[in-house]
Write a protein that binds this ligand. Structure first.
Ligand SMILES: Nc1nc2c(c(=O)[nH]1)N[C@H]1C(S)=C(S)[C@@H](COP(=O)(O)OP(=O)(O)OC[C@H]3O[C@@H](n4cnc5c(=O)[nH]c(N)nc54)[C@H](O)[C@@H]3O)O[C@H]1N2
Ligand SMILES: Nc1nc2c(c(=O)[nH]1)N[C@H]1C(S)=C(S)[C@@H](COP(=O)(O)OP(=O)(O)OC[C@H]3O[C@@H](n4cnc5c(=O)[nH]c(N)nc54)[C@H](O)[C@@H]3O)O[C@H]1N2
Ligand SMILES: [Mo]
Length: 914
């Protein structure tokens, strides 16, 4: 909202209904009144949106003024006398409410917090003196949202939420006067419009004209539980509305990362927890059900190969099988995959169980498939793998670079802040081989050739040096290795790199100039950068670029690898990785090992363990024979699935702890039914390094147990003498193991709902921006590391001429385990789909909606296609969430040597009509 023109930043004294009040700087009359407990009716005003002053329910009388003023957009001036309850003001307010009420159907109870009814009651407005307009039928075309225009009062909150907050521009006003109404796109049914289902319009609608489908909004609820979203790393805070142990609906809460906003998954993707396929009892593989490497799971009857067991039998069987492998092969014969969907406490105990109960460091999780390369480069060059600055710093920067990231699908709430920033005049530069939705909002969109990040970024750095835009003082005082880097970059001229990356040299110079010369430039990156055999080199270039330009170590600049899973940051921090203990203390560092041996009262394996894909190889090599997998689905998420599934099938003993019968559980010997996110309490760490509390809202179904309880029961049967009474006890031990969170108390988390680490001492406010004075390497300086341009492991050739890029869609989560069982999300995207350029489709004679066969050297799938001019002809973009067309049957398991991450973003395929 614009600042109070009369006062700037000073406070203002005025009288309200005869009493002296003070308005703070930039407070409107309505806001000042609210703060003083004086109620003024309002409908089009919401504290989250720009004030619009269109409904006139909030009019007040100002001494000496002829007309009444809308208090939501009027600022007080010194000495002003305002009356909100004078007969004239009250009559006007009531008339507005009465007219609006006449227009809404009688007896419509609308939403539980119908603000129109609320104000009508308060002001004792009743009766219907005016004829109602003729009203249309509700629009039920969208799986998540019902539109009942009969209840619409044209306040425009939805429009502002859609256009200004989420920057989606779907809702508009159409017609004038009494025919005025809101429309979606060009007056399309909502379900056929470009609506992305974020539900922001529903959350702000004051009357229930926009409501969750199925009329759930009308129901009364038993409880509200404040928690966080279980999906991505943005870490949106939300409130579960619960009735009869069932979540009815979800609303955004004012957390530091979301300010009340949510996306379609957070708001409407919660009913997977009630899906009929939830695992309700422990299961043991039937004696006559052999494991076959090929996927022969019966999706209609997924439990076919299993029998029910008691918890006692299942736990004993699970532990005995692991002990047997331990006895026969020693610790090297065992491995564990923990979960980035679970809490910090679960991840911490899981790695502790593998390290102290199975005596091996073979423990990893999906971070290996994700930002492993980013973390490798960050640890090497700046000494810490986490983000330097929060997403919210886009408010304070001048330039935002977004590379290899598709945030409108994958970090949608963060994307809304990027879009807001771009509209507020910040320069948004998007670099991606695919023209994604956010590119529409970019000032510069660089659609470069896939696999050529190093060439492009080295050229940009060359230009920064050539244009003399390096930050000499920063390089001198805070980095080492500049001369060698400069030397290395000499041959990477923009002119020479332009044909390789496909971006004209002038553009590379221009971007270099904008990035390096701004007061603050931030870089955000995603899987397009990290998931390559040269992923670590890609990230090295980004870090080098930031360092030579002096764009690290202050507010409004820095490096931000957008973290993926809701707790991948936390799971990594607590040591769910083979080479480090909690807080990235290396297992091969003797001091660190001794510290953990003392804390855990045990002896530990001094050698780093194997990573995710290495573990699969070790199984096939006959080295690993027993595994414990919690909350991961490698039989869908690992590359080269024929190989990974063969590995899983050949294990002597596999324990799976999940909420569904997944493709991975299909190969299990014993399955432990666990708790879904809203069924447990624990802490979760988001991409901004905010530690936040997820709170239990409902009970697990059937005999399913909480994950923490299951890990403790397994520990007991592996002869670990543990004594924890709930997550709080575990958190307290974590504080002793991890200096970075030592200052965070459970009580504070309960109270403040979000604390940023590093937070070393109690009372420490937490540090959103790091490296302000020194980097976390031994000498406090950052290392500049040159990266050579190299290419993908498997390039297209005559036999496999197309490029396969795999990734994600807005509505689905990874392997689909959760979202394909979430009714709204699965309704929105029910079928496997691959995106191809229209010319490419024409060339192979296939139309949008028809099927193609995709074949790589490793496997083949059949999927429908969708025409997408965002990809270039010859490239195929394929989401990996559909078991019927599992992308990873095709992808290449070649690894980056440093991050050990597979090349999910590039392999060669053939495309033909099905
Ligand atoms: N809806 C949804 N959201 C999610 C997830 C989900 O499954 N579904 N998963 C979460 C997780 S764990 C993660 S890690 C994040 C991932 O989030 P993103 O990183 O945004 O995910 P992707 O869609 O895998 O890939 C991002 C982009 O990489 C681009 N790309 C492909 N090849 C290259 C290349 O050679 N260079 C560059 N620079 N870019 C390239 C692709 O065109 C794509 O736009 O999303 C999180 N959020
Ligand atoms: N082709 C291709 N493959 C990829 C990628 C890609 O871009 N392309 N991206 C990679 C990346 S970045 C990632 S992060 C991985 C993700 O790979 P995974 O982590 O294997 O994928 P998810 O589907 O998120 O698996 C989570 C599992 O946890 C279960 N679960 C959910 N909540 C809970 C809970 O509270 N408790 C328990 N016990 N279980 C729970 C779900 O049912 C599901 O089985 O995929 C990787 N694979
Ligand atoms: Mo990820």
């Amino acid at each position: 909202m614009a600042a109070n023109p009369s006062t700037g930043t000073a406070t203002v004294s005025f009288t309200l209904n005869g009493a002296p009040v003070t308005a703070q700087a930039n407070e409107t009359i309505l806001q000042a009144a609210q703060r003083h407990g004086v109620e003024i009716p309002h409908l089009c005003y919401s504290d989250r949106l720009r004030a619009d002053g269109n409904c006139r329910a909030c009019v007040v009388e100002i001494d000496g003024e002829r007309t009444l003023a809308p208090s939501c957009c009027r600022y007080p001036s010194e000495g002003m006398s305002v009356a909100s309850k004078s007969p004239r003001a009250a009559t006007a307010q009531k008339l507005v409410l009465e007219l609006l009420q006449s227009d809404t159907p009688e007896g419509l109870s609308l939403t539980p917090h119908n603000e129109l009814s609320h104000w009508c009651e308060k002001l004792q407005v009743s009766g219907r003196r005016f004829p109602a307009r003729q009203q249309p039928e509700p629009d039920r075309s969208h799986p998540a949202i019902t539109v009942s225009l009969d209840a619409c009062i044209q306040c425009g909150r939805c429009l502002r939420a859609c256009r200004e907050e989420q920057a989606n521009d779907v809702i508009g006003f159409y017609h004038r006067g009494s025919r005025a109404r809101i429309i979606f796109d060009m007056d399309d049914p909502m379900g056929q419009s470009s609506c992305v289902g974020c539900g922001e319009c529903v959350q702000v609608c004051p009357t229930g004209a926009l409501m969750p489908a199925g009329d759930v909004g009308r129901q009364t609820i038993d409880r509200q539980v404040d928690s966080v979203c279980p999906y991505c790393g943005v870490g949106c805070q939300l409130t579960y509305h619960v009735k009869d142990n069932r979540i009815q609906f979800v609303e955004g809460r004012d957390g530091p990362a979301n300010h009340g906003r949510l996306c379609v998954k957070g708001r409407y993707g919660f009913d997977y927890v009630n899906h009929r396929q939830r695992l309700l009892t422990p299961l043991i593989r039937k004696a006559d059900a052999p494991k076959r490497p090929e996927m022969d799971m019966d999706y209609d009857n997924p439990l076919r190969d299993f029998r029910e067991a008691s918890w006692e039998e299942a736990l004993q069987y699970a532990a005995d099988g692991l002990k047997k492998v331990l006895d026969s092969r020693g610790p090297a014969g065992l491995a564990g995959f923990g979960s980035a969907k679970g809490s910090n406490e679960e991840a911490y105990l899981f790695q502790k169980l593998i390290r102290t109960g199975l005596h091996t460091n073979n423990v990893d999780h999906c971070t290996r498939l994700c930002h492993a390369s980013s973390v490798a480069a960050l640890l090497q060059m700046v000494g810490s793998g986490a983000v330097t600055n929060p997403v919210a710093d886009v408010d304070k920067c001048e330039v935002i670079v977004l590379i290899g990231s598709n945030p409108t699908s994958n970090h949608p709430v963060a994307a809304s802040f990027f879009k807001n920033a771009a509209r507020a005049g910040k320069t948004l530069i998007v670099m991606d081989p695919r023209k994604t939705d956010i590119a529409r909002h970019a000032h510069h969109f660089l659609q470069f050739h896939p696999d050529t990040d190093v060439a492009m970024l080295n050229a940009i750095m060359h230009a920064v040096i050539e244009l003399d835009l390096v930050d000499k003082a920063f390089i001198e005082q805070r980095t080492e290795g500049y001369e060698a880097l400069k030397q290395h970059l000499q041959e990477y001229t923009p002119e020479r790199m332009a044909p390789i990356c496909g971006i004209p040299a002038e553009t590379l110079y221009e971007v270099a100039r904008i990035y390096a010369s701004s007061k603050g430039s931030m870089i955000f990156w995603g899987m397009g950068v990290s998931q390559h055999v040269h992923g670590t080199d890609n990230v090295r270039c980004l870090i080098d670029l930031a360092l030579i330009s002096g764009q690290v170590g202050r507010e409004g600049c820095g490096l931000h690898p957008l973290r993926g899973q809701n707790n991948v940051q936390g799971a990594s921090d607590v040591g769910l990785m083979p080479m480090v203990y909690p807080d990235y203390q290396r297992v091969d560092n003797q001091d660190a090992r001794h510290r953990f041996e003392a804390l855990w009262n045990t002896t530990l394996d001094p050698d780093p363990g194997l990573t995710v894909v290495e573990i699969m190889h070790a199984i096939l090599d006959g080295e690993i024979a027993g595994m414990y997998i919690m909350g991961e689905n490698p039989a869908m998420s690992d590359p080269n699935l024929n190989h990974a599934r063969q590995a899983l099938a050949s294990l002597e003993h596999l324990v799976v702890q999940d909420i569904f019968m997944t493709e991975t559980a299909h190969y299990a010997d014993v399955i432990l039914p666990a708790s879904a996110f809203p069924e447990k309490t624990g802490t979760f760490t988001n991409t901004d390094r905010n530690v936040q509390m997820g709170r239990q809202a409902i009970d697990p179904p059937g005999q399913a147990r909480q994950d923490l309880e299951i890990i403790l029961a397994m520990a007991e049967r592996l002869n670990l003498n543990w004594d924890y009474n709930g997550p709080q006890d575990v958190f307290n031990e974590m504080r002793r193991a991890m200096p970075s969170i030592a200052g965070i108390t459970w009580e504070r988390l309960k109270k403040e709902s979000s604390v940023t680490y590093p937070c070393r001492k109690e009372g420490d406010p937490g540090q959103p921006v790091i490296f302000q004075e020194r980097f976390l390497r031994a000498d406090g300086k950052a290392a500049l590391v040159p990266a050579h341009y190299s290419h993908a492991d498997e390039l297209p050739d005559d036999a496999y001429p197309c490029i396969l890029i795999t990734g994600r869609q807005l509505e689905h989560w990874h392997t689909g385990a959760m979202t394909r069982r979430a009714s709204v999300l699965n309704n929105l995207e029910p079928q496997p789909v691959a995106m191809l350029h229209p010319e490419h489709l024409q060339q192979i004679g296939v139309q949008s909606g028809q099927a193609i066969i995709l074949r790589s050297r490793r496997g083949e799938i059949t999927t429908r296609v969708r025409s997408d001019s965002g990809v270039t002809p010859g490239q195929v973009f394929l989401p990996f969430c559909y078991y019927e067309a599992a992308a990873n049957l095709l992808t290449n398991e070649a690894l980056d040597p440093d991050g050990k991450i597979p090349e999910f973003k590039f392999c060669a395929v053939q495309v033909e009509p099905a």
